[in-house]
Design a protein around this ligand. Structure first.
Ligand code: AMP
Ligand code: MN
Ligand code: MN
Ligand code: MN
Length: 296
């Protein structure tokens, strides 16, 4: 039996492990099919793929786009995962560059606010990181604050970085529809990520968004992700079935320290959902990697 983890991060975005270390962690945790889905970049997929291959792990190249969803006059930040994308796609590269510019200007905007709050040097630190090609997220800001004596990571995040907090800046991400188009242009499948982890979305809004996502051409929805119980998965599997979206699952692994986001752990596919790894090019990749007989 193959085991799947189709949502993970490396140090190419805000994960702890390099793409090679991530591949090793997957092998150690007996994950057979691993997708690397860094925030707004596919830059680690080739390294992860080469390392994974040597360890007998099948690597699915992926990405996690931050997008904006407009609904009833409000906007919400929604994550859309692309699986089985071609990292060399021109349209994908252009989208990654545009997201990078949006992301870095937002992080520098937040750094500026933190600078005014007394964290001198933070702008230089993040400018340097960006100049070196790094991809800072709010997680890096939180870690910086923690390491500069502002309290532990979670309290720094809540005190300064959440929506409504003094250093928060809005971001201007691509739309959900744009993300779907870019992912399709790169040959991939678009997946609505961790539907129950958006604090401002009610159950009804999740359903409305899933429906709109399907209309925009979306292919799948995560029915199991970190911190979700069987009844949540069951509900999402029901939604995936009624909307004819494939079911996906992933830990959203970032680092070894996080107990409830362990690579490959607590992931299962409810029988109601049609697994996304049975679809098109992902299925082809898996059967080529493991041989026809193993691809179940
Ligand atoms: P960004 O994409 O720059 O908005 O950063 C989002 C990242 O920050 C997420 O991927 C998490 O790694 C981290 N994060 C988001 N919300 C929280 C939170 N409430 N507490 C701690 N970390 C968070
Ligand atoms: Mn993250
Ligand atoms: Mn996410
Ligand atoms: Mn993620």
């Amino acid at each position: 039996m193959l085991s799947f983890d189709l949502h993970t991060h490396s140090s190419c975005s805000d994960g702890e492990l390099s793409p090679e270390e991530l591949a090793r962690e997957a092998a150690e945790r007996k994950v057979s099919v691993l997708a690397l889905t860094d925030h707004d970049t596919s830059s680690g997929t080739e390294r992860a793929s080469a390392a994974a291959r040597k360890l007998g792990v099948c690597l699915v190249p992926g990405i996690e786009f931050s997008t904006k969803w407009h609904h009833n006059g409000e906007s919400f930040e929604i994550h859309i995962v692309g699986l089985e994308i071609d990292p060399r796609s021109r349209m994908l590269k252009a989208a990654e560059q545009a997201q990078r510019e949006r992301r870095t200007s937002r992080i520098l905007g937040m750094a500026e606010k933190l600078e005014a709050l007394g964290f001198t040097g933070i702008t230089d630190y993040f400018s340097g990181m960006i100049d070196q090609g790094g991809m800072p997220t709010r997680k890096h800001l939180g870690q910086y604050l923690e390491s500069h004596g502002a309290g532990d990571y979670a309290s720094c995040f809540n005190k300064y970085l959440v929506r409504g907090a003094p250093a928060y800046c809005q971001s201007s991400w691509m739309s959900v529809g744009e993300a779907v188009d870019v992912i399709h242009d790169a040959g991939g499948l678009a997946v609505f990520a961790h539907p129950l982890r958006y604090q401002r979305l009610t159950g009804r809004m999740v359903t409305a968004l899933a429906r709109e996502f399907k209309e925009l051409g979306g292919d799948g929805i995560e029915v199991t992700s970190c911190g979700m119980g069987p009844s949540d998965s069951d509900r999402l599997a029901e939604l995936s079935r009624s909307l004819e979206l494939y079911g996906s699952m992933g830990s959203d692994f970032h680092d070894r320290g996080s107990e409830w986001r362990t690579l490959g752990k607590n992931l299962f596919m409810p029988s109601k959902a049609v697994p996304i790894w049975t679809a098109g090019k992902i299925a082809d990749r898996i059967s080529e990697f493991f041989g026809e007989n193993n691809a179940s």
